[in-house]
Design a protein around this ligand. Structure first.
Ligand code: ZN
Length: 242
């Protein structure tokens, strides 16, 4: 009887040992499996974290230019039918910015969508000016379209300057737009009374791309031509920075 009991006990001990070993094997397997999964997931995150770092390598910009599409939002600017100055200026400004970036010049738009910077027009203009100082810009370039109350034959683009220092920039931009042959160059104008020029801390120009009521309408209403004008404006800026 005692021997039988002993045998039974030994059998039970054996089972416990086998079960314990089996448990250890299972736990070891689980540990290996989980650590493999964790390291695999972590490696995914690592590559994700490294890739944008490579792409976002800060560009070595030569200078910063504030590009200001006039008006926006409630303030539509000059208009005829469905054509608004605020849209013409934005399309052109985006083309300027794109071209400047290609030449390693950082372009900052005062607005990149159809919105005003402030409900109050005076504050709106002040906020645009402030961006020059905030971003240590070299130039401020504002883009507008001319209007005229009556039906008129008046046409052409003109560039307003802040001071003598802005004149070289205005001349280069004017020469490049002129080459497109869309309209005549009405030349440089005194822009000292214009808030975005007067209150600006850097050399600044304001370009009136043309007269919306008249023959300039044809190119002001053509986005592809506006892009060409934007590229020409950028070329004038690039020439002055290089
Ligand atoms: Zn305007």
């Amino acid at each position: 009887m005692a021997a039988k009991k002993k045998k039974k006990l030994k059998l039970r001990v054996d089972r416990v040992i086998i079960a314990a070993v089996a448990c250890l094997i299972i736990l070891f397997g689980l540990y290996k499996g989980i650590s493999f999964a964790v390291s695999h997931v972590m490696s995914l995150f690592e590559t994700e974290a490294i890739t944008p770092q490579k792409n976002d390598k800060p560009k070595n910009y030569k200078a910063t230019v504030i590009v200001d599409p006039g008006h926006g939002g409630y303030d539509v600017g000059a208009n005829i039918d469905e054509l608004y100055e605020k849209d013409i200026s934005l399309t052109t400004a985006k083309a300027v910015a794109k071209e400047l970036d290609k030449a390693d010049i950082k372009a900052i738009l005062t607005r990149d969508k159809d919105e005003a910077l402030h409900d109050n027009k005076i504050t709106d203009l002040k906020l645009r000016c402030d961006m020059s100082k905030e971003n240590q810009a070299k130039y401020f370039v504002s883009i507008h379209v001319n209007d005229y109350d009556k039906t008129t034959n008046i046409s052409g683009f003109e560039i307003y300057t802040k001071n003598k220092a802005s004149e070289a920039l205005a001349t280069s931009i004017g020469n490049h737009i002129e080459k497109l042959n869309y309209s005549k160059n009405r030349g440089m104008q005194d822009g000292n009374s214009l808030a975005v020029l007067r209150d600006n801390s850097v050399s600044s120009v304001l370009i009136e791309l043309g007269y919306i009521r008249g023959k300039d309408f044809d190119y002001l209403n053509d986005n592809q031509k506006l892009e060409k004008i934007g590229q020409a404006i950028a070329q004038g800026i690039i020439e002055n920075i290089n």
